[in-house]
Each structure stands twice: as C-alpha cells, then as structure tokens.
Design a protein around this ligand. Structure first.
Ligand code: NAP
Length: 399
C-alpha cells in the first residue's frame, strides 16, 4: 500500500512505497517522461529488489491541464505538491498573452521553493567547447524568490514608475530620468541565510571542500554586498566548527577537515569557472547571478540537454532545465537526460542514494558506448544515434 512522504521543517520521511507526483510537461515532455519513468522504476527495482517502489501520481499543469480543467495551473496541482511533498516535472510552455506569468515562476513562488539547485558536471564523451570539461563539478544554489526577479517593476511612463521616480528624486536627492522604467531589487537577511544554510548542510553531508559566495557587492553594497555579509554570518553563527574562511587560511589557519568559505565578485567568477574550475565545489548566489552562471556552467560541460535542476523549499520540485522544444514533440527523438538526472537528484533527496547512483553510472556507461540521442550524436565522432526511448532502454541495460 502506497503512503505519503511526510514533510516537516526539519526534513522528510520517506516510506518504502511513497507517492511521488509528476507533471508530464508540454511539447517533448510526454516523450521524455515515458522514457524517464521507466529508468527510475528499473533503478529502484534493481537497487532494492522490490523492497521499495514509487507510486506515481499524475498532477496537471500546462496544456494538458488547460484542456482538462480550463486552467493552466489548477489549484489542485499546488495543493497536491504540498500534500505529497515531492514532485518532478517536464518542461511547460509559457502561454503567450497578457497577464499570464510563467508557470514555472508561479510554481516556485506559490510553493516558496526558495532554492534553485543546479549540479553541473561532465559526462565523459560529451562534446564540450573547453579543453578540460571534466574539471568542472559544481552545485549551484541560486536564490529563487528575491532580487530583481521578484517581479516588482513598472513600465517607463506608467503612473507607478513616475510616482516612484518622483518620490526618489524629491526625497532622496536622486536625479532619475523621469521616463525611466523601474525595477526593485529586494534581498533580505532571511532569504539569504536560509539559502546559505541549505548549501552548507549540503556541503557538510556530501563532504565538499568549499562553499563560494558569488555576488556583486562591490557595486550593489546593500543588496549583493549584504548577501555576502549574511552568508558569512550564517556560516559563522551556525557552522563555526565545520568551516574556515579563506581569509583565516591566508592568516595561517588550517583548512584540515573544514569547509572553506570563499567569496568572489560575479564577473570574476565567470573567468574562474573557465580558468580554474576545480577550485570550486558549491556556489551560493542571488537570483540573477545564479541564472546566468548556471547556463554558462552548463554550456561548459555540453549544454542544457544534460543539465538537471531542482526547486527546493519545504517541498521539492525537480525539473528539466530546457524548454518544450515544440518542433520535436511526439517524435521520440530528444534527449531525456535532463529529466532523468533531475530524477537522480530527487532520489537523493528521498535518501534513495543506491538507486540514484545506479542511474548515474548507467548514463555514464551509455554515453561512453556512444549510443546517444541526436543532440549528443552530432557532437560525437562515431556515435550511433538512438531515439529517446531507445536511449532509455540502453540506460536500463547499463544500470
Ligand atoms: P527549448 O524548448 O529549450 O528548445 C531550444 C532548443 O534546445 C531545441 O530546439 C533543441 O535544439 C534544444 N533542446 C531542448 N531540449 C532538448 C532535449 N531534451 N534534447 C535535445 N535537445 C534539446 O527552448 P525554446 O524553444 O526557447 O522554448 C520553447 C518553450 O519552452 C517556450 O514556451 C518556453 O517558455 C518554454 N520553456 C520552459 C522551461 C521549463 O519548463 N522549465 C524552460 C525554458 C523554456 P536543436 O534545435 O539544436 O535541436
């Protein structure tokens, strides 16, 4: 009998037969989901000999939800994720038209999924634009709810923009051009510290060598600068026995057995991940920096098709980082790795590390054998191109 996962502020408790929600997604979503779920079930079966099994529970969002319920994102979908705690999704079309926000952004905000977690690593054999892509192996913790992405902005010339500009010019002696567009960048100690706490807990649990705070505090002192300050405060107040600051090492402290806390200015960090990628393990950064950095890092190891992601708060929603690629919908052609690797993150989140490790090894082996989907095949000499479902079959064979 399947049971619910229990979620509290302290973590999750996962029964052997848990319900897990899934959103198939639009466009290529159904093809990818069909392939991915077979890999997940086969890995769990192999890892636990039938002692554990996921009971998949479909919830609706996107085009499928619109035609079944009239809404792109029914309230039932949000409440199901809260009730069952863990969900995984394919890509969703952002409906074009006034007033409709991205479904992904809405899901993150309604569920307060404050951390966007993106591991970026290289799989041997994948085409890459850099000489030593294997040197990059990082996990990015991007703040998901604040910063200029909080959605507080007004169009140039609007009543609201003019009102804000007049207020700032008159009360704070500023000289903003009256016809400017205005965006607000809120960054709070609460939002920053809960993200840093999650990253540090991850670093401790996974024996990572360092956590690097990436910010633009040299220019934006009270938002990005404060982000850095509050990250250090969290590390010093709640993890003091486990961490050492880079500045303390320069002053002679030992790093033995400790996680080194570094900080880097965002622009310099884009150079660092190219020039000295192996000096970084875990990265903590505000929303906008994290958005840029995640895609830049993913490109370095072969692109978005291989990049998994998770949005985590009290609840967790794992997702492909690419879109719906509508021209390939229903062709059984595209690469399902992004959703499969998001499933690996999900299994780790559930504590089912054995099943997760089997899938990762299965993907490594399948790529090493050069049996890959079209996107990887076109960058690989001597590759045999297979369909989305055949690629999943190969991974299952290689578990
Ligand atoms: P996209 O769907 O990511 O597709 C762009 C290109 O990326 C594809 O044409 C394809 O390249 C490649 N690609 C994407 N996924 C792939 C996969 N699984 N395997 C192999 N190649 C893959 O981006 P888009 O065309 O800009 O966006 C389409 C829709 O997706 C939009 O409605 C957008 O809002 C939505 N979207 C959703 C999410 C999400 O749900 N998280 C994220 C981004 C975009 P080639 O043409 O070179 O083969």
């Amino acid at each position: 009998m399947a049971e619910k996962i229990t979620v509290t502020e302290d973590g999750i408790t996962v029964p052997d037969n848990p319900y897990v929600c899934y959103i198939e997604g639009d466009g290529i979503g159904p093809d990818i989901w069909k392939a991915s779920v077979r890999v997940f079930d086969a890995a769990v079966e192999k890892a636990y000999n039938g002692a554990k099994k996921i009971e998949w529970k479909e919830i609706l969002a996107g085009e499928k939800a619109k035609s079944a319920t009239g809404s792109y994102l029914p309230d039932d979908t949000i409440s199901a994720i809260k009730e069952y705690g863990v969900a995984i999704k394919g890509p969703l079309t952002t409906p074009v038209g006034g007033g409709i926000r991205s479904l992904n952004v809405t899901l993150r905000q309604k569920l307060d999924l404050f951390a966007c977690v993106r591991p970026v690593r290289y799989f041997q054999g994948v085409g890459s634009p850099v000489k030593e892509p294997e040197k990059l192996n990082i996990v990015i913790f991007r703040e998901n709810t604040e910063d200029v992405y909080a959605g507080i902005e007004w169009e140039a010339g609007s009543v609201e923009a003019r009102k804000v500009i007049t207020f700032l010019n008159e009360n704070f002696n500023k000289s903003i051009i009256s016809e400017s567009g205005i965006g607000i960048k809120p960054i709070s100690e609460f939002g920053t510290r809960r993200l840093m706490r999650m990253a540090l807990n991850f670093a401790v649990k996974n024996s990572k060598k360092s956590v690097t705070i990436v910010h633009k505090g040299n220019i934006m002192k009270f938002t990005e600068g404060a982000f850095s300050k509050w990250c250090y405060k969290e590390a010093e107040e709640n993890f003091r026995d486990k961490i050492v600051k880079e500045s303390e090492i320069w002053a002679g402290a030992s790093a033995d057995g400790k996680i080194i806390i570094k900080d880097r200015i965002a622009d310099a960090m884009f150079q660092q991940i190219l020039l000295r990628p192996d000096e970084y393990d875990v990265i903590v950064t505000p929303n906008l920096n994290g958005d840029y950095l995640s895609d830049a890092a993913a490109a370095q190891v072969g692109g978005l098709g291989m990049a998994p992601g998770a949005n985590i708060g009290k609840y967790a929603l794992f997702e492909a980082t690419h879109g719906t690629a509508p021209k390939y919908a229903g062709l059984d052609k595209v690469n399902p790795s992004s959703v499969i690797l998001s499933g690996v993150m999900m299994l780790e989140h559930m504590g089912w590390n054995e099943a997760a490790a089997l899938i990762t090894a299965g993907i490594e082996k399948t790529i090493a054998q050069k049996t890959v989907t079209y996107d990887l095949a076109r960058q690989m000499e001597g590759a045999a191109e297979v369909s989305c479902s055949q690629y999943a079959d190969k991974i299952i064979e290689n578990l």
